[in-house]
Design a protein around this ligand. Structure first.
Ligand SMILES: [Zn+2]
Length: 360
């Protein structure tokens, strides 16, 4: 106590000196020393505070309020999905534009997709805690995109030790982490994205298929059905629940998007492999859009592409260029969400893929 009040007294006198003689203060050795001391003390305090916050954040995964993300929908007994926004990731939807799912098994909870940032991961975790006392034990991420991966450091920090991703996806995510994180932070919010770290070293990877035992004799099969949307992917099938996670091979309400690097023909082949792997009456949780059945999903993803490929091929066959390809009739899909944004780019992507294919 005594030492503390002595310090206070010296700071007070230094402050008084500075206040009473502002002109000569700069030349006064005592004031100079007191100022330096005050600056250093302040710097230490900030540094310690910042360090403590960082340590706490690392332990908790995220510090901040639970975000008002959509409420998880019950898909079937023990299966709950938060359906993300049908448009792209924005500040308003906190970057959550795909689906996050929890499946409650005897030994714990399996989570599919980490979320687009630690804040969304934390918010989904709070919902899970209100649904079950069982801990989250397994996490799989659908592909090498930010909305699948950026929340994974949160799950690792709160003690989820079994993280899964397809090998190439994990390598790609590690390679592009800094760039993707910066992009997500800029478009979806810095504060919610900033705590995300690259935890790819803690992931268990697989090439084509991996089976996880989840208790009670049940399993989750992880499948790389193939590329197309991204170079590789992690789908999941739970035989005991007849439940399929398509990752971004499957889009329901909104129009699927052919991104830079997407290949429509590969996507269709991967979709076919996926359909061959699962029963025809499977319950489907798509990458984007509400849970559905395989027939609906095929109509809204695969059949759309098949139609577009056919139309663009006709343009190519009669010697048309990319601008003509852009104009093929897609009016049958005009009611799909993000049609305006994606219809023409999709036609362009199909054109370039078909041209490259025929050049081989
Ligand atoms: Zn996606």
């Amino acid at each position: 106590m005594q030492a503390k009040s002595l310090v206070s007294a010296s700071i007070l006198s230094a402050t008084l000196l500075m206040a009473s003689s502002p002109v000569v203060a700069e030349e006064d050795g005592f004031v100079q020393a007191a100022k330096t001391h005050a600056k250093e003390a302040q710097a230490d305090w900030f540094e310690t505070y910042a360090e403590e916050i960082q340590q706490l954040q690392q332990k908790e995964g995220y510090l901040g309020p639970e975000l008002p993300i959509p409420q998880a929908q019950k898909v079937q007994e023990g299966v709950y999905t938060v359906v993300g926004s049908f448009i792209w990731g924005t500040r308003q939807n906190y970057g959550l534009n795909n689906n996050l799912t929890a499946v409650i098994f005897e030994d714990g909870v399996f989570v599919y997709n980490a979320g687009p940032n630690p804040a969304v991961a934390y918010s989904f975790h709070q919902q899970i805690k209100r649904l079950t006392d069982k801990p989250v034990k397994w996490l799989a991420v659908e592909n090498n995109q930010g909305h699948a991966y950026l929340g994974s450091s949160y799950w690792w920090d709160v003690g989820v030790k079994n993280l899964y991703s397809q090998q190439q996806a994990n390598e790609n995510w590690h390679r592009d982490f800094a760039e993707d994180k910066a992009r997500y932070a800029a478009a979806r919010g810095k504060a919610i994205t900033q705590p995300a770290r690259d935890v790819t070293e803690h992931f268990t990877t697989f090439e084509q298929k991996k089976v996880i035992e989840v208790g009670g004799g049940e399993t989750v099969e992880l499948h790389n059905f193939g590329g197309g949307h991204t170079p590789s992917m992690t789908g999941a099938f739970v035989p005991s629940r007849n439940l399929l996670f398509t990752g971004d091979l499957g889009f329901n309400e909104r129009l699927p998007g052919l991104l830079h690097g997407s290949n429509v023909l590969e996507w269709m082949a991967s979709f076919e492999r996926m359909v061959e792997t699962v029963p025809s009456d499977v319950t489907v949780i798509p990458g984007h859009g509400t849970p559905t059945d395989i027939e609906t999903l095929k109509a809204r993803t695969y059949d759309y592409f098949a139609d577009l490929v056919e139309k663009v091929q006709t343009v190519i066959d009669r010697g048309g260029d990319v601008h003509e390809a852009e104009k093929v009739d897609q009016s049958a899909y005009a009611d799909r969400v993000v049609f305006e944004q994606l219809a023409k780019p999709n036609a362009r992507s199909v054109y370039h893929t078909l041209k490259a294919q025929s050049g081989r």
